[in-house]
Write a protein of this length. Structure first.
Length: 94
């Protein structure tokens, strides 16, 4: 079985040397075909929103899926609890 190096958080969005895991090559290719360069947390929001849309529509186009992915990356998604700021966690007030 062939393996390939997968960046847990896309290297285009973070520069961290210990950010990789070896995955079976076909799984890795499939992951990026479906999720592009979403982070693990963004992937969860993507799946939740896609699931909601699948219950409302019979056809979801490739363009709609791409738009959904980009919207999640930019923080334009209703299922996301709060808008992120460039990788920094917003402290909560008591």
């Amino acid at each position: 079985m062939n393996y390939s190096r997968h960046h847990v958080t896309p290297r285009s969005r973070i520069r961290k040397s210990k950010n990789t895991v070896l995955l079976p090559e076909k799984f890795h290719d499939s992951w990026h075909y479906i999720f592009g360069d979403l982070t693990p947390i963004e992937t969860i929001f993507f799946l939740k929103e896609l699931n909601a849309r699948m219950h409302k529509k019979r056809i979801i186009t490739k363009g709609e899926i791409q738009e959904l992915r980009e919207g999640i990356k930019e923080g334009r998604n209703e299922t996301e609890p709060q808008k992120r700021t460039k990788g920094k966690h917003q402290p909560t007030r008591s």
